[in-house]
Write a protein that binds this ligand. Structure first.
Ligand code: GLY
Length: 386
């Protein structure tokens, strides 16, 4: 299933079940306390907190989206099978209960129905995690019971603490709650074989987290206390790239249709092979994609805030390009491929094509100039010593 089909299937599945499709918000959030959009719920934060009415603005309490996200917290991990700076997150929401609302039971049922009935994934490979209770917030026995009732055996339901199974808020304050995650067991051959290997194993990637179901019941306030929200909400997130990789039988999204054309182009231009240079290829592909999106949203490379992050990403991709002998100018053709792949889903990419390409080109030239002047200084220092 190519990625375009998966994205559409998800949105349609929830639309057919009474959800309103909401377009992705910008990568640059309205909330000035965070630099980037890192989760699908961010554009709905005020609705989830009970401060705004979703019916007034969307005509429904039930929403679904495919959200553009950008994170740099794991930048050193990029190059492995599962991390990206830019990624998409699929999510569904039930905001505030009314007579049509759904909470834990509905969210779990929908998740299983989508993965098992719609995508034909093997349910016996799912391992579920639930919140074991911490910080005066009780263990989520209710979620465990619902999973059991829906055919997940007890030995495949694992309990974790706040670090793994309590989600949010995205900034210092905001809505949050205990979560329950669906992990897919890729099989023993992917495992470390250690006793206790399971979801969030620190030694291997046998278990891939595919869906995070957050039961948003709390608001973390300025004092760091968890207050009960005036309403309960469902907030979910699927890492789109991870799910696409699993469905295409690939170890990593870098080997799916999402990145195929970019990886092939890097092979052609560099004359190097992906298999032997996986980490470098993946970093280049990831950073080309994320910087194209940031440039499209109007971020300009600079030494401050969002612009500084973009500059770091662009300079990083250029440094990695040099490691496989890519010549200055290699980035713009990769950005053309990013635009080709995504313009039908995110039309501003097409409208901003010349801005994206000019931004990348200018930064490549600045970087080249910086490198040349740095080299000249080193040469002068060496000469002075002799
Ligand atoms: N808000 C749920 C998630 O990002 O996983």
């Amino acid at each position: 299933m190519v990625s375009e089909e998966l994205r559409q299937k998800f949105l349609k599945f929830f639309e057919q079940r009474g959800h309103k499709i909401v377009a992705s918000s910008s990568l640059l959030p309205a909330d000035p306390s965070v630099l980037f959009t890192t989760a699908g719920m961010q554009q709905f934060s005020l609705y989830l907190s009970g401060k705004k009415d979703p019916i007034a603005d969307f005509g429904s309490r039930h929403l679904v989206s495919c959200q553009k996200c950008f994170r740099t917290g794991d930048i050193e991990e990029i190059g492995d099978d599962t991390h990206h700076t830019f990624f998409e997150m699929l999510g569904n929401w039930s905001i505030g209960e009314d007579d049509k609302g759904y909470f834990k039971e509905g969210a779990i049922k929908y998740a299983l129905e989508f993965l098992v009935d719609e995508l034909k994934m093997d349910k016996s490979r799912f391992t579920i995690t639930i919140f074991k209770g911490e910080n005066n917030i009780a263990k989520d026995d209710e979620a465990a019971q619902i999973w059991l009732k829906n055919g997940i055996p007890a030995e495949r339901i694992k309990e974790f603490g706040k670090e793994d199974n309590f989600w949010g808020p995205v900034s210092a304050v905001g809505p949050c709650g205990p979560s329950s995650e669906i992990h897919y067991d890729r099989g023993e051959e992917f495992g470390c074989g250690n006793e206790g290997c399971g979801p969030s194993c620190e030694f291997c990637k046998r278990f891939v987290e595919i869906w995070n179901l957050v039961f948003m019941q709390y608001y973390k306030n300025e004092k760091g206390e968890y207050e009960l929200l005036p309403q309960t909400n469902i907030d979910t997130g699927i890492g789109f790239e991870r799910l696409a990789a699993l469905l295409q039988g690939k170890k990593s999204a870098y080997e799916t249709d999402i990145f195929l054309a970019i990886i092939e182009k890097i092979e052609q231009t560099s004359g190097k092979n992906y298999e032997q240079n996986k980490k470098i290829f993946r970093i280049i592909a990831d950073h080309a994609r994320s910087s194209a999106f940031l440039l499209s949203e109007g971020v300009k490379p600079s030494n401050l805030g969002q612009g500084y992050i973009l500059r770091r990403i662009l300079r990083r991709v250029m440094r990695y390009g040099k490691l496989i002998d890519l010549k200055t100018g290699f980035l713009v053709p990769l950005m053309d491929l990013v635009i080709d792949k995504y313009e039908s889903v995110y039309p501003p990419l097409k409208e901003n094509k010349s801005i994206i390409k000019a931004g990348a080109e200018e930064e490549e030239q600045k970087f080249e100039k910086t490198l040349r002047s740095g080299l000249k200084k080193i040469e002068e220092m060496i000469e002075l010593k002799h």
